[in-house]
Design a protein around this ligand. Structure first.
Ligand code: IMP
Ligand code: MG
Length: 203
């Protein structure tokens, strides 16, 4: 099988950083923290398309009290790039946020530019409060002066896929979180034939 195809399906040589069970425990911790924070007040969850879809689906089912959900779109990655480019945002699906308690939910805090820009936009729209939650935070990458209010897991500075996160549009469907190594990325870019079949060690 071509390495690119194998990569698109989730190769068994990818390093698994977080199993589906570990992710589920993390969502449990995050939802407890959110419940402790908002109690039973109405909460507007705003997910960031597309990477947060799995997280939003799992998180909202663990919340109590009135919850509404809306989505915005943001992207700073293009094709097979693994470092951010120009940030694009679309907020036209948002309802009126005036007076609402908002929880912005994204998959990962990397440089932090996406979260910072979106928080500023949501605050401009008159929300009573805006907090932020991310599943993952990459170590040593932040370029902004803010941090998310709730963080599921701190992870090493690796390009990760699965549980909503993609590489070149694929691999969002993996139930676990995996890291792509340089060979995976180079091969995906070049569309080369896969030759290594060594299983990766679990970290
Ligand atoms: P930031 O603006 O640099 O914090 O980037 C945040 C966005 O980049 C996230 O919403 C993700 O969509 C994407 N991103 C950052 N790191 C990764 C990664 O390792 N895998 C997949 N997407 C990522
Ligand atoms: Mg994103």
């Amino acid at each position: 099988m071509h390495r690119t195809d194998s990569l698109r399906q989730g190769s068994d040589t990818m390093e698994i950083l977080l199993s589906a069970d570990e992710l589920a425990s993390g969502i449990g911790r995050l939802s407890d923290q959110v419940k402790g924070d908002v109690g039973r007040r109405p909460l507007m969850v705003v997910g960031v398309l597309t990477g947060s879809i799995v997280l939003v689906a799992d998180l909202i089912r663990r919340l109590e009290g009135p919850v509404s959900v809306s989505m915005v779109w943001a992207s700073s990655y293009r094709g097979t790039a693994t470092s951010p480019g120009k940030l694009e945002m679309r907020l036209d699906l948002l309802p009126d946020l005036t007076g609402q308690d908002v929880l912005l939910v994204d998959d990962i805090f990397d440089t932090g530019h996406t979260l910072k820009a979106l928080l500023e936009e949501l605050r401009r729209r008159g929300a009573a409060s805006v907090r932020s939650l991310v599943l993952l935070r990459k170590t040593g990458r932040a370029e902004v002066d803010i941090q998310p209010d709730f963080v599921g897991f701190d992870i090493p500075d690796k390009f990760v896929v699965g549980y909503g996160l993609d590489f070149d549009g694929g691999l969002r469907h993996l139930p676990h979180l995996a890291a792509l190594d340089d060979d995976d990325i180079a091969a995906a870019r070049a569309g080369q034939t896969r030759c290594s079949e060594q299983p990766a060690s679990r970290s």
